[in-house]
Design a protein around this ligand. Structure first.
Ligand SMILES: [Zn+2]
Length: 251
């Protein structure tokens, strides 16, 4: 998948699907890098080197890292968002239900990739990332393009009891939706998409500059890996979680 709004900007951008298999740079090392390169070569028709890729060792934090040239080829520890203005450097974020977000400022030529896990979003990763683009690269929010990749949506993102209890007295409860599941049991669902969207609007990002692919990973698990769907499989091993990757870089 590639985003329409990021085309014609001289970028490398796209999101891998199940044909490219699981891309997990932290657990799989070289195998993940090879799969990432297979995907990037397919979408760019160009030669991409493993040394061009920067991944994040995602820890469900709200922290964003500004990449330097020396970060190319590395996995950056303890961060869930990456920012770069270095041509040829490709940022990679991995997800399987969490919200992958790609950002681009066409005026200052800065790219960003966010792992939008629920906890990252609640703790302010969107604000932290956009603010770093403003402070370090003089980006203006009105110029920034934002793209939402496949993630679990309000149709399937039911909250576990413990999570529900933790959030029900916070401002985030406005993203709760009560609806019946397939067994006609009423459950609380979470609208992560709306939470992220509202965050960007509050920061001054324009609605017309946001693109949402509209795919729910659980609904479309044959195409994009869904952690919740994998959990339904009784033989599921959490260490073998299948994930896909979202990429953005300046050419
Ligand atoms: Zn769904």
């Amino acid at each position: 998948m590639q985003f329409q709004s990021l085309k014609n900007h001289n970028l490398i951008q796209g999101i891998s699907s199940v044909e490219f298999k699981s891309i997990n740079p932290v657990n799989q090392g070289l195998k993940a890098r090879k799969r990432a390169i297979d995907f990037l070569k397919t979408i760019t028709k160009k030669n991409i080197s493993s040394k061009d890729l920067v991944f994040a060792k995602q820890v469900f934090s709200p922290d964003a890292h500004i990449c330097l040239s020396k970060d190319s080829g590395k996995i950056i520890k303890n961060t869930d968002a990456l920012i770069s203005n270095i041509p040829g450097q490709i940022l990679g974020i991995t997800t399987a239900d969490c919200l992958p977000i790609l950002l681009f400022d066409p005026k200052k030529r800065v790219v960003g990739a966010i792992h939008g896990g629920r906890q990252c979003l609640i703790d302010g990763i969107i604000k932290n990332t956009v603010n770093k683009m403003i402070v370090n690269f003089k980006s203006s929010p009105k110029d920034i393009l934002v793209c939402f990749g496949p993630h679990i949506r309000k149709c399937h993102y039911s909250l576990k009891e413990k999570t529900y209890q933790g959030l029900k007295k916070t401002g985030f409860k406005k993203y709760f939706i009560r609806q019946k599941n397939n067994n006609q049991k009423e459950k609380v669902y979470f609208d992560m998409t709306k939470l992220a969207f509202d965050n960007f609007i509050d920061l001054g990002i324009k609605k017309k500059n946001m693109e949402d692919c509209s795919v729910c990973t659980f609904c479309r698990s044959e195409k994009y890996f869904s952690f919740r769907k994998q959990e339904e499989d009784l033989k599921f091993n959490p260490d073998k979680k299948l994930i896909f990757a979202s990429f953005i870089g300046l050419k």
